[in-house]
Design a protein around this ligand. Sequence first.
Ligand SMILES: Cc1cc2nc3c(=O)[nH]c(=O)nc-3n(C[C@H](O)[C@H](O)[C@H](O)COP(=O)(O)OP(=O)(O)OC[C@H]3O[C@@H](n4cnc5c(N)ncnc54)[C@H](O)[C@@H]3O)c2cc1C
Length: 358
Amino acid sequence: MIQTDALVIGAGPVGLFQVFQLGLLGLKAEIIDVLPQAGGQCIALYPDKPIYDIPGVPLCTGRELTQQLLTQAMPFMPADAPSAKPRNLHLGHMVSELQPQADGGFVIHADKGLQVNARAVFIAAGAGAFVPRTLNLPGLAQASNVHHFLHEADEAPAPWAAQHLVIHGGGDEALSAAISIAQHPDLTQRPARISLLHRRDQFQADEALDAQVRELIATGQIDLIVGMPSEATVEQGHVKALQILGADSQTRSVPLDHLLIRLGMSPKLGPLSNWGMALERKQVAVNTASFESSIPGLYAVGDINTYPGKKRLLLCGFHEATLAAHHAAAAVHPDAPQHLLYTTTSPLLHERLGMARK
Ligand SMILES: Cc1cc2nc3c(=O)[nH]c(=O)nc-3n(C[C@H](O)[C@H](O)[C@H](O)COP(=O)(O)OP(=O)(O)OC[C@H]3O[C@@H](n4cnc5c(N)ncnc54)[C@H](O)[C@@H]3O)c2cc1C
């Protein structure tokens, strides 16, 4: 059981900024996300698309914004080594249960045995937990060589290195995965063969990605297989082949070593909706002075909340996270003075940020 001041559910842009704001106010936070990467919608839905409306940042992509938010929160997300994952960032865990405690805090349960006891909880869950859309064929769910995410950069070797990888999908997620795998700078990480499996010979993807993949197909670096997977041959928890039904109504067998399913993500609000806080159309109703829900100590920030005038914009989520952090700091440390301090001039904030700046 991890003991902490605050738990943030969701490592999307608002959850990451929440950790930063809590850190400035002297509250330690843990942060959990079901995805294997931080960044929420910015990473899962539009990593390479431009964002133009962050104050003071004329243009950045979803991936760049995520990286900047991680860098900004770094003083409050310590890691054992510069390239290591922060110790308080728990990726790949689905939060399922919340148990209010007699002292006003909460115990939160996530899968794989992760438990956190926190004085305050911040739900920054967006539209819900991002769960990859999958291929519903018997035996696939349990197969050890079926993947939905690209492996982490520091995880070597890639599971599909020097083997036959079939990538299923025809949208941005599938095409960007195919490009990054086919062009991996370390040749030993590349598969021996990459097949892109899509139901038709037309992609529903960004023009630039489409053009890049067409070039890789033309130069023989990717094989295009057109058809619908109708059956999987699974032996001892391993997919050996997919049966593909082609446009000519013929079924042929495609042997493979690994299958990467990239059909996009669908958000699922799941168990959070049963935690007892007031909801309006599946959004958490909050008080706009504190961004607290109807349960004291349980805050909701970003796309998950609702209030009169709510706009699902990054800027609004950042504002909400700031006010929620101030309210929680006063509640967790009622005897501590709650002055508004500026990062520009406050020695205390500089100390918390780990700076020598005066
Ligand atoms: C295509 C597109 C373009 C956009 N462009 C802009 C733009 O230009 N400007 C702008 O201001 N906004 C834009 N937005 C909106 C912006 O992306 C959202 O407002 C923002 O991502 C909300 O951030 P968030 O942290 O609240 O939620 P999210 O980004 O949705 O992150 C929530 C995270 O919580 C995790 N989570 C949820 N439930 C659980 C659980 N039970 N256990 C574990 N993890 C959980 C999810 O997996 C997810 O990673 C755009 C949105 C889209 C889809």
